[in-house]
Design a protein. Sequence first.
Length: 577
Amino acid sequence: MTKEIKNNKKRPASIQLKKTLTGITGLDEITGGGLPAGRPSLICGEAGCGKTLMSLEFLVRGILDHNEPGVFMAFEEKSEELALNVASLGFDLEKLQEEKKLKLDYVHIDRAEIEETGEYDLDGLFIRLGYAIDNIGAKRVVLDTIENLFSGLSNQAILRAELRRLFHWLKEKGVTSIITGERGEGASLTRQGLEEYVSDCVILLDHRVINQISTRRLRIVKYRGSMHGTNEYPFLIDEDGISVLPVTSLKLEKEVSSERVSSGIPALDKMLSGQGFFKGGSILVSGTAGTGKTSIAACFANEACSRGKKCLYFAFEESPRQIIRNMRSINMDLQKHIDNGLLEFHASRPTLHGLEQHLVSIHKLIKRFKPEAVVLDPITNLITVGSVSEVKAMLIRLIDFLQEEQITVMFTALSLNTIVSEQTDEGVSSLVDAWLLVRDIEFNGERNRGMYIMKSRGMKHSNQVREFIITDNGIDLVDVYLGPDGILTGSAREAQKLQEKTGEILKNNALNMKDREIDRKRKVLEAKIASLQTEFESAEEELNKIYVEEDLIKQVSAENRLEMLRKRSGETPGNGN
């Protein structure tokens, strides 16, 4: 009883750390609400990893989204250079300065002056920065980059003391600040090795090149007083700024739907209990080259758009114009869906980005376009920018994200052989909800296609093989024929059908001949029966005639006998005596 009471005792409510939203896509989710409000945060990394751009976007988003003015103090680039560098992202720094919402200040540190005087302190910087903050009522501050601020100082004791003083001064001002720093050597995150210890939040940016493919990643090294994501997260720099994608999705708590989505192939829907796939599910179409995987994916996309739903098509092998042209040959017009804004193609070679950046860009496009169907064709091309395990990890994250958004996705995968147990599907066949296998069936010197439904979770489905036919009017699935030597497809199937048809005709002809012979025999027998019937009637009539004559003779004889008796007795006819 005591233990139960102790366990049920209410715990005091935890004090939540106040945070400032950065406005950077994905970063606020990873940090659990943004950077610590009123405290300094450190963004460190090697040259070209995006430190300056991330800190500038932090300021601009604060102004545009939350009406929080900001100060950007640069020790490396001049104000004009900064404004020009971010203009391509749609950030108009000059306009924000005119509106008194942003203050750009360039501070030049002259090492010669420090060497001449032999003195160094940050009092002048504090005065200059404090004036800028008070002048526009800044809530956010960026110092970029801190190494240049101490570039002329060799005394480590003074450097560390002034660095601590700078961080304490920023806290006293109550501004949410970002300080950028270059990556240090060895295990040190920064050149001085002190900034990461006095900062409340440390973000490490990394720009790595593996197999000639560049990838940018972000990691929250520490965050005092707050839970945060601890993994490496890919981020993308494009015309909209920085996008960070949380890639950890360990909890399987997604909502599911019982609504069905058509595959665009009526015969295939019939094999899937007559209704198609589940909405929000994942479908894998695998097969060897030339088996029609792209045609199946195009049918799926065309069906979604025909129902007024949006579809995103990611092509890693063919250009959109190639796919549109090729699909016209099977009576499928994808261009009209593009014109209506329901279908959007994004085609690129996988080597354009690393795997994680592909994931970020796909995530971002889905968020923008808000489709109900997505196609990736083919996922096997991603193997050129990562190992099988890396591709699988990327696809797992993508599947989890799409399930969360209730988006139906279809993958196509190239199989390098024809043995089902050795299919090369990048390891996702066990993860998807439905797996369609299209393979070659070679017989009698001819190659045809056969489709199998390897699995389809949560529904009844056909376990039979269907011949997969691409015609001028689209895709169809027909029943295969079982002959003496196994499955018959193509011309062998047609030959078998013709043979069966010929046999049926011959059988019907033989039956007709037998029917005619029976009819003739029936007529002959009926004629014989009629003749016998007539003969019987004649004999019967002759016999009846004899019987009548005998009766008449007997009757006449009897009458004559009676008459003779009367005459002998003397009786006279008519005499009363």
